[in-house]
Design a protein around this ligand. Structure first.
Ligand SMILES: [Zn+2]
Ligand SMILES: [Zn+2]
Length: 421
């Protein structure tokens, strides 16, 4: 096994590449340009942070983006089925088009950060940092608008609602975001901010970077009765309990150890009190895999296991698997290029290869199923916080280091300038 420090260098993940060495001058100033926009980036981010919206319909967020892009040489279209926003920047020279994506939606939880720009909505919070994604992408559009003369081709800026489980990217693809500039985009790039990475560092990897997420829902039906006389009832509780164990055994015994798969029962519910055997029990959980093939197998196995266990217990079982996001798969060449650019634009210490994917899921996967591209993580651990104990994305107390946003803006810009030169 290679020492970890070697794994940090991108060449280790794809072997030597024949990509041309970039002239330093082209990208040298991008970080400074991004920093010059930092006040605007922070202002937009805080406005959206104060006014979080959940799901596919985010009118205030869409309006804030439109206002931020006002006056830039962009062709703007709004989504029909959602409040998405697509902006196209046409370069001075002909060429292909590429796509940069930022998601827009917040999460349903109460914010407890104490920030002076904390959410003004009790039941919503930008706990996944999508407010920073919007702000970074808007500033990248502003920065790149200053470079139109250098661009050979077009940039599609994809502002996407409904990432948190609502398949917003798929809605936008159906409405033609990939062809917004005319021809289908040739490359795509998306960033996600994370507190559990040192601030300013860009991380990515070739191949799968995030998992597929499917959910399962199982209803177990027996016959209710008195808690003191189980032999006169058909108790669904032990059947449900046996299913929890059997699902783990299925993963351990039937899925190759080289093919990651997670099956977690995350909710289990039955009964009302101590002396009643309930008629029904419910199980729910999540399935995560890093390949579509493993997913197809596990999707078939989960209901089979539950039905067989149910038969042994004499209960009726109805099990359903609901599709979530596919595996997010990076194109190896594009991922390598992103790290090379991160090294050049942000400094070599700010580009890291991830050894392992993360088992969370992301609907940018729908874009990467159709277009070669890369998804990358941007570290935003706040100053003074410890990486091991910092509040994570989705926490009611998560705080992102806003300084990292300049790095994100510079990365979006570098990706576009590099692809369209
Ligand atoms: Zn999230
Ligand atoms: Zn997110």
């Amino acid at each position: 096994m290679r020492p970890k420090r070697l794994m940090r260098h991108y060449r280790d993940m794809t072997g030597p590449t024949d990509l041309p060495t970039l002239p330093d001058a082209r990208f040298a100033g991008l970080l400074a340009e991004a920093r010059a926009l930092q006040a605007k980036t922070v202002e937009l981010r805080r406005e959206i942070h104060r006014n979080p919206e959940i799901g596919l319909h985010l009118p205030k967020t869409q309006a804030a983006i439109k206002a931020a892009l006002e006056g830039l040489p962009l062709e703007i279209t709004e989504g029909k089925s959602t409040t998405s926003l697509t902006a196209v920047l046409r370069g001075a020279k002909p060429g292909p088009s590429i796509l940069l994506r930022g998601d827009m939606d917040a999460l349903p939880l109460h914010e407890d950060t104490g920030l002076d720009f904390a959410s003004e909505d009790d039941g919503a919070m930008h706990a996944c940092g999508h407010d920073t994604h919007v702000a970074m992408l808007a500033s990248a559009a502003r920065l790149l608008s200053e470079h139109v003369d250098e661009l050979a081709g077009s940039i599609v800026f994809m502002f996407q609602p409904g990432e948190e489980g609502e398949h917003g990217a798929r809605h936008m693809i159906h409405e033609g975001v990939l062809e917004a500039a005319g021809e289908r985009v040739e490359k795509a790039f998306g960033l996600h901010i994370f507190t559990q990475v040192e601030s300013g560092i860009v991380q990515t990897r070739p191949g799968p970077i995030m998992a597929s997420a499917n959910s399962f829902h199982v209803k177990v039906t027996g016959r209710g009765g008195h808690g003191s006389a189980p032999h006169q009832a058909i108790d669904p509780v032990p059947a449900a309990a046996a299913m929890v164990g059997a699902l783990q055994t299925m993963v351990a015994r039937k899925v190759s150890v080289f093919e990651p798969a997670v099956v977690s029962v995350t909710r289990i519910e039955a009964g009302t009190t101590t002396n009643i055997i309930p008629e029904t029990a419910f199980l729910e959980g999540t399935i995560r895999t890093l390949s579509e093939r493993t997913l197809a197998f596990v999707r078939e196995e989960v209901p089979k296991v539950c039905e067989a266990i149910g038969a042994a217990h004499g209960v009726r079982v109805s099990a359903e698997v609901v599709s979530g996001y596919p595996v997010t798969v990076n194109d190896p060449q594009v991922a390598a290029r992103v790290l090379e650019l991160a090294g050049e634009v942000l400094g070599a210490g700010n580009a890291e290869v991830m050894e392992n994917p993360v088992m969370g899921a992301e609907d940018f996967s729908y874009v990467l199923q159709r277009v070669p591209g890369a998804f990358a993580f941007l570290g935003a651990c706040p100053p003074g916080a410890d990486l091991a104990t910092v509040e994570a994305n989705h926490s009611n107390r998560v705080v992102f280091d806003e300084d990292a946003m300049a790095n994100g803006v510079a990365m979006y810009a570098a990706f576009a300038l590099d692809a369209l030169r």
